[in-house]
Design a protein around this ligand. Structure first.
Ligand code: HPA
Ligand code: ZN
Length: 325
């Protein structure tokens, strides 16, 4: 009963990397279409490699997999497959990250990437009624100079974007490394989000708030280690995009029963449930709701509150939000 309810419950996805929705079947199909040889000889062999000890283990495979995306149609097909999939289980609004540098560094043009993803999002809105916000993210393991160059390449497409994000290997790459580029992003009137406190320390969340002036925290698990930070998050009224099955897969939590969502919610933080990279972590948005509800024994009212939080913390416009409520 509860699972059916959670599947049908209207939800917004606020933390989703489109490259992380590349299912092994589609990876093989695109590899064949683009004459690329994969390291794995079957879908099963690839799935077996999805056994991560930490964030970097996953990122290595994730960047490798993204190499099958070459043409505009590949980006379109990837995005459309995701929209069709989540449309079946109550996801009615999506805020999608993509990593431009993962593709431009392989010689794919920004125009190919953006047009492919954007065209699918527009068709998804028209055909499936799923609304969207698109969020390019800088790779933090690369230099700020590279992010600044990428920012220049993004500029012709700014009307397509609702925010700019920061992701990839967190440890050793604090938000302040990208102070100047995010200052430019802010000056252009775009919102800012950043992954912080997933594997990295609570300090990086302070840094993302104070230096980058983020509008929302991606992950944020480790904020509980610092009570002053908790108070500051509360005061700034910042929402957090938590990703339970991702945390389990990447061993950010040992077990879902240890997931910090409940404590964060009890402390009044505006938390949301999200799927991060569902093709790699074993569950789309509804499954994240279901697994967490079961592990933490959350009530129906709490689950409804979490779904409501997802719309309240979204970057959709006021008029649109009223339509959805
Ligand atoms: N963390 C950092 N970078 C990422 C992630 C994540 O969970 N998923 C895709 N890129
Ligand atoms: Zn993420």
């Amino acid at each position: 009963m509860m699972n059916y309810f959670l599947t049908k419950l209207p939800k917004a996805e606020l933390h989703l990397h489109i490259e992380g929705t590349l299912e092994p079947e589609l990876m093989f199909l695109l590899a064949q279409r683009n004459h690329i040889t994969l390291k794995y000889d079957s879908v099963e062999a690839l799935r077996e490699a999805y056994n991560f000890q930490n964030l970097q283990d996953f990122l290595d495979l994730y960047y490798e997999g993204a190499a099958v995306l070459i043409h505009e149609k590949d980006f379109y097909d990837l995005t459309m497959a995701y929209l069709k999939r989540v449309h079946q289980d109550g996801t009615i609004h999506v805020e999608i990250f993509f990593d431009p540098q993962t593709h431009t560094h392989r010689g794919v043009s920004m125009e190919t990437i953006v047009r492919g993803i954007h065209r699918a999002l527009e068709d998804g809105k028209r055909w499936l009624g799923v609304t969207y916000v698109l969020i390019p993210s800088f790779l933090r393991h690369l230099s700020e100079e590279d992010a600044l160059k990428t920012w220049e390449e993004l500029k012709p497409f700014l009307p397509f974007f609702g925010a700019i994000g920061l992701d990839s290997s967190e440890k050793g790459n604090p938000p302040s490394k990208f102070k100047n580029v995010f200052q430019e992003v802010r000056n252009a009137g775009l919102r800012v989000v950043a992954h912080a406190g997933e594997e990295g320390p609570a300090e990086y969340i302070w840094d993302a708030m104070n230096t980058l002036k983020i509008d929302r925290i991606d992950h944020g698990n480790r904020s509980l280690e610092d009570l002053e930070l908790m108070a500051a998050i509360h005061k700034a009224d910042l929402a957090m995009t938590l990703c339970p099955l991702s945390n389990l897969s990447l061993k950010v939590v040992a077990d879902l029963v240890d997931h910090p969502l409940q404590e964060l919610m009890d402390r009044g933080v505006r938390v949301t449930i999200n799927s991060d990279d569902p093709a790699y972590f074993g569950g789309y948005l509804a499954q994240n709701y279901i697994s967490l509800q079961q592990s933490l024994q959350l009530t129906k009212e709490q689950m409804i509150q979490l779904a409501r939080n997802s719309f309240d913390a979204s970057f959709i416009t006021e008029t649109h939000r009223i339509e959805l409520h």
